[in-house]
Design a protein around this ligand. Structure first.
Ligand code: ME8
Length: 522
């Protein structure tokens, strides 16, 4: 049987600033889904990368006294280092300054032009560099500011090339209506449907080189560069391997994507960039004759306390600092457990510590008490007994976690896993293995208790693995197993005869790095 294939993407992040907790959230979410699919037997292409062209990068490079490519090299390295430290298992890190991507963008734009979807026109309006988008006057905030980010916008009057996006409005609306799960969650789908019920304008897809020099020149007019969003969205296609820009026109792959990873199965992003992914991107794909992406998942927004995170407020949360103190898996766990996918979440030190305590006190504590009892009562060897005492809880946890993961509700899947750990702790209290150990008639009962607990630990390893891969590898090795089992294997894995070692606490007690005033505690 050919394995199921899944192609997952994160946005490519602007190479103008350092990775923060928002970028980390999206990337960890994608990583958890990628790991879950791999664990479930699928072949996965997981893509992330950096968005490296456009005025935002050009201006930031100037500000730092660097050439744009120097800034991009620096930032691409920082993002890669961050993802390595957060144990992100991406298969490909794309940079939009790569030659391959530039060639695909060039071929894509040429094809749009060849098919008659591009015309030249005059643009006048307001531009926000930070968001890299135009606004109409009626949308502007007070004193000519961007309605999204609040920064001043600039009035721009120039000649641009336009994509006839309006011609695809009806097709797109029909696609969304016929595919109710194409955009999740539903709230975002409704937002896009609402947007498409207004007349859809055409999209300016170029910028004059005289104003924006840092971009990919249009193949039919080198005095213009591709609009950075068009350039950026095409990254998903470049990495899929569908397009062969060097092939003769007609054989470049636009007609047939067989053998490539296109169409992507899931584009994951924050709710801030849903319109570009759910309107610009599919209409561009329709125009060149390619299938559209299979699904879009737009997640919510991290704020700090009740304030938007921003450089100027100095409240940007650095996931690397958290990781230094609590470890990678604790940061991943917090991000996944705290934010219901689709909803917003607020970072506070108290919530971080509460989530960490849950890991330490429920899962960590269970692991250490079970290992210690197997050591004390059975010389470190898991006894041969059916070990079915927690089967009902295991079945429930697996069913709930699978359903939740299928709906991208990682927070619910992790809640189901934690419920199993709680049930196992409850089982210890109920069975009182320390009393069983004292009674010569209850030795079989003790074997059954310990075997049941070890089976639950194996199940927990499989359930927590996508979110806490390193700690689960460690737990599995302490259980005497070679590797973390898949969900299917974990249900029926024999545990009799495994040699269990206790080791240090999986999630050690850690002094809060925040002072009591920071946490708001008394
Ligand atoms: O938009 N909460 O890049 P970007 C949650 N280059 N997620 C957040 C967040 C927050 N506070 N802040 C950022 C771009 N994110 C373009 C994308 S894709 C073809 C081009 C995450 O560096 C979230 O995923 O501004 C958001 O969509 C993304 O970072 C924006 O990253």
């Amino acid at each position: 049987m050919t394995p199921r294939r899944t192609y997952l993407t994160t946005p490519i992040y602007y190479a103008s600033g350092d990775p923060h907790i928002g970028h980390a959230y999206t990337t960890v979410l994608a990583d958890v889904l990628a790991r879950f699919h791999r664990q479930d037997g699928a072949e996965v292409l997981f893509l992330t990368g950096t968005d490296e062209h456009g005025p935002k990068i050009q201006e930031e490079a100037e500000r730092r006294g660097l050439a744009p490519i120097e800034l991009c090299d620096l930032m691409a390295e920082r993002f890669q280092a961050a993802w390595e430290r957060l144990d992100i298992s991406h298969d490909r890190f794309i940079r939009t300054t790569e030659a391959e991507h530039i060639a695909v963008v060039t071929a894509f734009v040429q094809r749009l032009a060849d098919l008659g979807h591009i015309y030249q026109g005059e643009y006048s309006g307001w531009y926000c560099i930070h968001e890299e988008r135009y606004w109409t006057e009626k949308d502007l905030g007070p004193d000519n500011t961007c309605p999204d980010c609040g920064r001043p916008v600039r009035y721009v009057e120039e000649s641009n090339y336009f994509f006839r996006m309006s011609a695809f409005q009806d097709d797109l609306l029909r696609h969304i209506e016929e595919n109710p799960d194409w955009i999740v969650p539903e709230m975002r789908r409704n937002e896009i449907i609402g947007f498409l019920q207004q007349p859809l304008g055409d999209l300016s897809i170029s910028r004059p080189r005289a104003r924006v020099s840092w971009g990919i020149p249009l193949p039919f007019d080198d005095q213009h560069v591709a609009y950075v969003w068009v350039d950026a969205l095409i990254n998903y296609l470049t990495a899929s391997g569908a397009i062969r820009p060097d092939a003769p026109v007609g054989q470049q792959g636009f007609e047939d994507t067989t053998g490539s990873w296109w169409p992507a199965d899931l584009h994951i992003m924050g709710k801030d960039i849903i319109t570009t992914h759910a309107v610009y991107w599919p209409t561009l794909l329709m125009a060149v004759g390619l299938p559209v992406q299979r699904q879009i998942l737009a997640h919510g927004w991290w704020v700090v306390g009740d304030t938007k995170m921003s450089k100027s407020l100095g409240n940007v949360i650095d996931p690397m600092a958290l990781r230094e103190t609590f470890g990678t898996d604790a940061v991943r766990w917090y991000l996944m457990r705290e934010m219901p996918t689709g909803g917003d979440a607020s970072f506070t030190p108290e919530r971080f510590l509460t989530r960490y305590d849950e890991l330490a006190n429920v899962l960590g504590n269970l692991a250490s008490r079970v290992m210690s009892m197997v050591g004390k009562y059975r010389g470190g060897v898991v006894p041969a007994a059916p070990g079915i005492g927690l089967d009902a809880s295991i079945q429930t946890a697996f069913a709930d976690a699978r359903t939740a993961m299928g709906a991208y509700k990682v927070h619910d899947a992790m809640a189901a896993a934690m419920d199993l750990a709680r049930a196992a702790n409850g089982y210890v209290e109920e069975r009182q293995p320390w009393s069983q150990a004292k009674s010569s008639e209850d030795q079989e009962g003790l074997d059954e208790t310990l075997a049941s607990l070890c089976r639950s630990l194996v199940a927990l390893c499989a359930l927590f693995q996508p979110v806490a891969p390193k700690k689960m590898e460690e737990l599995v090795s302490r259980l005497g197993l070679g590797e973390v089992p898949t969900l299917d294997q974990a249900v029926a894995l024999p545990v009799a005869g495994l040699s269990a070692t206790k080791g240090d606490p999986l999630f050690p007690r850690i002094d809060s790095p925040w002072s009591s005033t920071d946490t708001g505690a008394d």
